[in-house]
Design a protein around this ligand. Structure first.
Ligand SMILES: [Zn+2]
Length: 252
C-alpha cells in the first residue's frame, strides 16, 4: 500500500491569512501545508480521504489519479469544501463516484451541493452516497475499511482503519472500543494541530500518550498548525514519530 499525504495543514492552512507562518520557519518548504487530505493506493485502486478546498491542486500534484472512492472524516469545510471539484471530469472518466461518510455528515454534504441534490437539479450528481456506521467494516475492492467514531469538540468525526494503517484526525477523544480497534496498526496518521490544549483536537502531549498506548511502528502527524515547526518537531520527537509534509509518500 502507498500513501500520499496530499495536505497536512490545519483548517486555515500554513501560512494562514491571519497568522502567516506563526512559529514555523517560512524558508522550509515542509512548513507550507495545504488542508489535510490523503491518497491511498493499493494495486491500482485509489481512495481519497477528504476533499478540502485545495483538492483540485492536490490531485493534480499527485498525477490526477482515477479515484475509486472518497471517504469523508466529517463535514467541516477544510475536509469537504472542495467536493464540487471532484465531479468536473469524473463522470466521463469512471462513472459515479462512491463517497462514504457518517449519517450526520450527509445533510451538510447535500446542503453544500444543494444545486446537485435538489429535486429538479439541472446538473446530475455524480456522487453515489454511502453511509458508514461505527465499527462496521466495509470493502472497497480489496481494501477492508473500518470506521472508528471520534469526538471533535461539539461535533463528531470518523477515523478510518484500512488494513494496517489508520487515519485519525480532528479528534479530541474516542471510546475505549476505538482504541481497541486501532490495536495492531503499523502506521498511524494522526491529527495534531498544536502543542497547546484545546477543546477540538488532541494536543501533542495527548498524542504521545495515545501513541504509547497503541504502539504503532510508525506515526506521522498531520493537520498541523503554525505552532508545529517541521525541524523543531523532528529534533524533539522520537524517531518513529515524524511530522508529515505535503506530498510525503509512505510505503506500508
Ligand atoms: Zn480539520
Amino acid at each position: 500500500m502507498q500513501i500520499k499525504i496530499l495536505g497536512c495543514g490545519p483548517s486555515y492552512g500554513v501560512p494562514s491569512l491571519s497568522r502567516g507562518y506563526g512559529d514555523c520557519e517560512p524558508s522550509n518548504p515542509k512548513n507550507f501545508r495545504l488542508r489535510s487530505s490523503l491518497l491511498i493506493r493499493e494495486q491500482g485502486t485509489n481512495i481519497l480521504i477528504d476533499s478540502g478546498p485545495e483538492v483540485r491542486l492536490q490531485l493534480l500534484s499527485a498525477g490526477n489519479p482515477d479515484l475509486k472512492a472518497v471517504l469523508y472524516t466529517h463535514e467541516h469545510y477544510d475536509h469537504m469544501g472542495g467536493a464540487d471539484d471532484l465531479r468536473a471530469d469524473i463522470s466521463e472518466k469512471t462513472g459515479d463516484l462512491p463517497v462514504y461518510m457518517a449519517k450526520t455528515a450527509v445533510p451538510h454534504f447535500k446542503n453544500m451541493l444543494e444545486y446537485l441534490f435538489q429535486p429538479n437539479a439541472h446538473q446530475k450528481s455524480i456522487f453515489d452516497l454511502h453511509i458508514v456506521k461505527p465499527y462496521q467494516k466495509f470493502q472497497i475492492e480489496n481494501l477492508e475499511i473500518l470506521p472508528i467514531p471520534q469526538k471533535h469538540g461539539e461535533s463528531d468525526s470518523m477515523g478510518y482503519r484500512i488494513g494496517n494503517v489508520a487515519y485519525s484526525t480532528d479528534v479530541i477523544s474516542m471510546e475505549e472500543k476505538g482504541f481497541e480497534a486501532l490495536k495492531g496498526i503499523k502506521v498511524w496518521i494522526l491529527g495534531v494541530v498544536t502543542p497547546i490544549k484545546n477543546d477540538k483536537h488532541i494536543n501533542l502531549d495527548t498524542a504521545l500518550e495515545w501513541i504509547d498506548r497503541i504502539r504503532p511502528e510508525r506515526v506521522y502527524l498531520t493537520h498541523m498548525g503554525s505552532r508545529m515547526d517541521y525541524d523543531k518537531l523532528c529534533a524533539t520527537l522520537p524517531p518513529h514519530i515524524r511530522p508529515a509534509y505535503d506530498l510525503m509518500e509512505i510505503e506500508v
